[in-house]
Design a protein around this ligand. Structure first.
Ligand code: PEP
Length: 241
């Protein structure tokens, strides 16, 4: 379960939210939980989460390792702050920051060079879905990374299917829609098909999580809105457990 806080929170709110989540996630669990706060709060979140089983992640990364890239954050900086995962290719960055498939491929490699695990997001627009071109889009987004890194490195990666029309909209893919794409993505991984975790993201809430997690090719969820509410987030994590 990966909580993507996006550009939300402040020190006081974060402390409250993290304390509730940590308190509600004590002991042994089979589900792995990751929280991805905005960059300025990583260090604080790291100190609150230390001693818990909840892992830290970041929301994006530079494709470069260091140098004159004002405003950018490198994989090694994230590793320094104990991040274990980095979300890349989120549709908000592809759309609002014009990140291309090629840039995302370079970011994927940069995350792995820093010893971290990329969570590679792919997903089609509403138009692609309505025109029946959703698998074509997913294939294009995945192929750009395969072409740059090869497939073997996906052993140390997580994939996330996030239909653009379902993220932050309150609309969720139907189980059939989600399972079709997850099965397709798994098939693209060939020999690694059974080893790579594929998350679903797009308006997952406590009331629809169970139905999605029951599907054979869905291994977990990437959660935006639901990760900002401790009770909702914990209820989904417990459903996955
Ligand atoms: C996301 O931001 O990756 C996401 C899935 O958001 P939401 O759960 O709010 O749709």
């Amino acid at each position: 379960m990966v909580g993507n806080w996006k550009m939300n929170g402040n020190l006081r709110e974060n402390a409250e939210l993290l304390a509730k989540v940590v308190a509600g996630w004590q002991g042994e669990h089979s589900a792995e939980v990751v929280i991805c706060p905005p960059f300025p709060y990583l260090m604080h979140a790291n100190s609150v989460l230390s001693g818990s089983t909840i892992l830290l992640g970041a929301q994006t990364v530079s494709e470069h390792d260091s140098g004159a890239y004002t405003g950018e954050v490198s994989g090694s900086m994230l590793a320094d702050l104990d991040c274990k995962f980095v979300i890349i290719g989120h549709n908000e960055r592809r759309r609002m920051r014009s990140e291309t498939d090629e840039q995302v491929a370079h970011q994927f490699a940069a995350v792995q060079r820093a010893g971290l695990i990329p969570i590679l997001c792919v997903g089609e627009s509403l138009q692609d879905r309505e025109q029946g071109r959703h698998l074509e889009t997913i294939s294009r987004q995945l192929s750009a990374v395969f072409a740059y890194t090869g497939k073997a490195v996906f052993k140390h990666a997580v994939l996330a299917y996030e239909p653009v029309w379902a993220v932050g909209t309150g609309k969720t893919a139907t189980p059939e829609q989600a399972e079709e794409v997850h099965r397709f993505m798994r098939a693209q991984l060939e020999e690694l098909a059974s080893e790579v975790r594929i998350l679903y993201g797009g308006s997952v809430k406590a009331h629809n999580a169970q139905q999605l997690f029951a599907l054979p090719d869905i291994d977990g969820a990437l959660l935006g809105g639901a990760s900002l509410d401790a009770d909702e987030f914990l209820a989904i994590c417990k459903a996955a457990d």
